[in-house]
Design a protein around this ligand. Structure first.
Ligand code: ADP
Ligand code: MG
Length: 200
């Protein structure tokens, strides 16, 4: 068993992604190819199927296994990026992380995603949520505050013009729509915070 009880977290994220798959697909239909909801649902359903085995592993191993599973199942541009996020968290986190360790590991994971995607904030991607969430964690913010930061950060992608990913092909026509990967990242943050209750 891990000190973090992983199973409820895995189930909460998979449930949220499944419940919002149509919404994510609609967002991706507006500025991409309309597969983000299905991509994410396929990936997190695969992770959910392994929830018991994951919960039996030390946290770093479980996170690496989640990352590998996401790379194998999500597909699209987002699969390797979400995979990199979890793989790096698995590499960086100790078995029993405190908040400072979590903030530091998320910092490394976010840098790994940026390197993999050759991307940075302001380009209308998942990084526009990951970076402010990491800063909020590092600044000592807690559950509801971090969720509010993530939601506002996803909203902030609406007026942006996409510079990376498929949406960038639309140029100025990508303006006025929320980025699907930013939205899915904010949904995952909310699911994790809710499932952790007062401990987030
Ligand atoms: P695809 O674009 O291949 O169809 P998805 O629809 O599953 O893949 O994922 C699209 C999301 O991936 C975007 O909304 C964006 O948040 C994210 N994304 C795409 N390219 C990049 C990149 N280079 N860096 C960071 N995030 C990216
Ligand atoms: Mg897509």
């Amino acid at each position: 068993m891990t000190a973090v009880d992983l199973k409820p977290l895995v189930l909460a994220v998979a449930d949220t992604v499944a419940a919002h798959a149509d919404e994510l697909t609609a967002l991706d239909q507006a500025i991409g190819d309309g597969d983000h909801g299905l991509n994410m649902k396929r990936g997190f359903d695969a992770v959910r199927a392994e929830a018991d085995a994951l919960a039996g592993k030390p946290l770093p191993d479980a996170l690496k296994a989640i990352g590998t599973r996401l790379v194998m199942t999500v597909g699209g541009a987002s699969g390797p990026l979400f995979g990199t996020l979890f793989l790096t968290l698995g590499k960086e986190l100790p078995a029993n992380p405190d908040r400072a360790a979590l903030a530091a590991a998320l910092g490394k994971a976010m840098e790994a995603v940026a390197a993999r995607g050759k991307s940075q904030t302001g380009q209308k991607t998942m990084l526009d949520v990951l970076v402010p969430v990491q800063l909020a964690l590092a600044a000592g913010k807690h559950g509801a505050e971090i969720v509010a930061v993530a939601d506002a950060a996803a909203q902030s992608t609406t007026p942006m013009q996409a510079i990376r990913g498929r949406a960038s092909f639309l140029g100025e026509r990508s303006v006025g729509h929320m980025d699907p990967g930013a939205r899915s990242t904010a949904l995952i943050v909310r699911a994790l915070a809710d499932a952790m209750g007062g401990r987030a």
